[in-house]
Write a protein that binds this ligand. Structure first.
Ligand code: HSE
Length: 420
């Protein structure tokens, strides 16, 4: 019999306990041993968790319990779980974690500490979708060309409602929170940080890149307006918050941002709270993974898959490499990212204004691909919407700063990246 201890018995922890009972037959047959929850640790002992587990409020009751074989970390946070996971590994216990923030900051130290002790984290990225296993095992013969994914259910739900039903940003965020999709602090979702943690985990397996959230481009969906949505529809795009990892000649682009993508691409059709990840390997071509990225049972499904893997004795290296890559890939600096851009600005409705703007873009070698002008009734300003041909991030940022200095341009200039 294998005994597990759960640090943090919230929605996912309760689902782990209940699935281990509900699906006991198949789990035991697949693992070859019975798996039981011995105990759990919670901060607040007086709150009802809806499960019949022995609870304590002291993590050491699990970490130092010689009977516990596997520690399941579902607490959230970064430094506290880091300390506890480290201690559990040092005590020789296998660990399963769903904690993307912990891994975004400490995955390489934890890999070092774990050595041959299994440390698994399928549930950390895209919830129930087995993307870690796919990338680490199923695609291990490939150089990974790119990863493109909807890795945050809250923002996908919000964008779907904003685009399909014209819903207002604040109302729809509240709805996502009420439905239990959003993080405790929703800026984590809408600001792209949650997705960035997941992207960094995948980038380590795909490319061996050790980057932290502050090293990469992260933008959220906060500035998207109905004007952008209408423009996107008119020009054949969907808007999605994407995590993108792409191998280019000079290195690897890692970025999270709202993105216009062609309406007919597979990922554009992924609506609501669902997640999807497309991975292109040099030998396999494009592969696509779709499913629930959050929710108790879906996330617990991934946690238990890891537990079964450990019980079976599978020992894939934590981040997928038995030894370092000889010619390791480097993270491309943000300013060297190359893509197409969409710009939205409010300008005077006067002769010569368009010429000034196109001249400024021309000064930075930015070539316009398409343009739309939307007049407001009874107002002296108009909205100008552009898409550009491919250019460097540094150039578009410089051009935006210069455009903002023009007296005919009013307020901020909104920018969104386009992936074709
Ligand atoms: N807040 C996350 C989401 C939960 O909306 O996808 C899973 O990480």
């Amino acid at each position: 019999m294998i005994k597990i201890g759960i640090l943090g018995v919230g929605t996912v922890g309760a689902s782990v306990a209940s699935i281990l009972e509900t699906n006991v037959d198949i789990i035991e047959a697949r693992a070859g041993k019975k798996i039981v929850v011995k105990s759990g640790v919670v901060k607040n002992l007086s709150k009802d968790r809806g499960v019949d587990i022995k609870l304590s409020d002291n993590p050491l009751d699990i970490i130092d319990d010689p009977e516990i074989d596997i520690v399941v970390e579902l607490m959230g946070g970064v430094e506290e779980p880091y300390k506890l996971v480290k201690q559990a590994l040092e005590n020789g216990k296998a660990v399963v974690t769903a904690n993307k923030a912990l891994l975004a900051y400490h995955r390489y130290e934890l890999q070092q500490i774990a050595g041959d002790i299994p440390l698994m984290y399928e549930a950390s990225t895209a919830g129930g979708i087995p993307i870690i296993g796919a990338l680490r095992n199923g695609l291990s013969a490939n150089h990974i060309e790119s990863i493109q994914g909807i890795m945050n259910g809250t923002t996908n739900y919000m964008l779907t409602k904003m685009i399909n039903d014209g819903a207002k940003y604040d109302e729809i965020l509240k709805e996502a929170q009420d439905l239990g999709y959003a993080e405790a602090d929703p800026t984590f979702d809408v600001g792209g940080f949650d997705a960035s943690h997941k992207l960094l985990i995948l980038a380590s397996i795909a490319y061996g890149i050790d980057a932290k959230p502050e090293d990469i481009l992260i933008e959220g969906i906060e500035n998207i307006t109905q004007t952008d949505v209408t423009f996107a529809k008119e020009f054949g795009y969907e808007i999605k918050l994407l995590g993108i990892a792409k191998k280019v000649e000079a290195g690897v682009e890692l970025r999270v941002h709202a993105t216009m993508i062609p309406q007919n691409s597979m990922i554009a059709k992924v609506d609501g709270v669902m997640n999807a990840v497309s991975v292109v390997g040099d030998m396999v071509g494009e592969t696509m993974y779709y499913g629930a990225g959050a929710g108790g049972d879906a996330t617990a499904s991934a946690v238990i898959a890891d537990i079964i893997d450990i019980v079976r004795g599978n020992q894939a290296p934590m981040l997928g490499y038995k030894r370092g890559l000889e010619d390791g890939l480097q993270l491309l600096p943000i300013e060297d990212i190359v893509t197409n851009y969409y710009l939205r600005m409010e300008v005077d409705d006067k002769s010569g204004v368009l010429a000034k703007i196109t001249t400024t873009l021309g000064e930075f070698d930015i070539s316009i691909e398409s343009m739309l002008q939307k007049a407001h009734r009874n107002e002296s300003s108009v909205k100008l919407l552009f898409t550009t041909h491919k250019c460097r991030e540094a150039k578009i940022q410089e051009a935006i700063s210069k455009l903002k200095e023009l007296s005919c341009v009013h307020g901020d200039i909104a920018m969104m990246r386009i992936e074709k």
